[in-house]
Design a protein around this ligand. Structure first.
Ligand code: SAM
Length: 225
């Protein structure tokens, strides 16, 4: 799968290299990634990519010409989609990430300032995605979030694929609680069933603990469990 990100801060994405999972996926060719500097598509010597909004008001708006030129400069694979990070977009969920992971190439546009000229959204964007009902200063973090959650669904990216298939939201609810050594710490013990070595008992405990956890922490998910 290939990701292309259009941004005024391409160096932001160097930070993804801290993840061993991301590095390995790039090295193995499971993921291809390129950040494109929006300023390279400006047509003045100051590399201007923003301007004041028509009608007045606060802040600046990313201009349509460099955005359109940047997106058009990226070689397209069949089925590629252009996504724009926006708090006004469709909320990113595990289910949607699963669908996105089937797409061979995602071109992700990170906004800044007040956002982008609406004509860019109308003419060049297939879908807008939001990572939550709050506003960030830029689309770089949302782009990284989308790449991370989509990328890890590609078989081979996460070493132990079973861990991906048993995560929260895969079956609709939250994952069961987990524990590691020691079996007791300051009077807090690991549930008996997990120490029993009895696989059926462990499975049974995990199922009911996951349901209980979902009921308490995310009752809104119960309909989909
Ligand atoms: N003025 C815009 C509005 O009210 O809808 C918000 C612009 S925001 C300050 C700047 C950029 O950050 C956006 O263009 C978008 O790319 C990104 N952004 C901010 N919050 C986001 C969110 N929750 N999800 C996805 N992208 C977000």
């Amino acid at each position: 799968m290939r990701f292309d990100v259009v941004t005024i801060f391409p160096e932001f994405f160097d930070s993804m290299r801290v993840s061993q999972i991301w590095n390995r996926a790039l090295d193995k060719g499971l993921i291809e990634f390129q950040a494109h500097d929006l300023r390279n598509f400006a047509d003045d010597r100051h590399r201007t990519v923003d301007d004041a909004p028509y009608g007045g008001g606060p802040g600046m708006v990313l201009k349509v010409e460099p955005l359109a030129k940047a997106v058009e400069s990226i070689p397209r694979q069949a089925g590629a989609k252009v996504l724009y990070a926006s708090p006004q977009g469709r909320q990113l969920t595990h289910a949607w990430a699963n669908e996105l992971a089937e797409i061979p190439q995602l071109i992700i546009v990170a906004g800044r300032y007040e956002g982008v000229d609406e004509r860019f959204v109308d003419g060049w964007v297939d879908e807008m995605f939001s990572i939550g009902d709050y506003v960030l200063s830029g689309g770089e973090l949302p782009a990284a979030v989308l790449m991370e959650t989509t990328g890890r669904l590609i078989p081979g990216v996460v070493g132990d694929y079973e861990s991906v298939t048993t995560d929260s939201f895969v079956d609709g609810g939250l994952k069961y609680p987990q524990y590691t050594r020691p079996s007791e710490f300051r009077g807090r013990s690991v549930p008996e069933a997990l120490l029993s070595g009895d696989h059926a008992k462990i499975e049974q405990w995990r199922k009911s603990a996951a349901l209980e956890k979902t009921k308490v922490r995310r009752p809104d998910l119960l309909g989909s469990v």
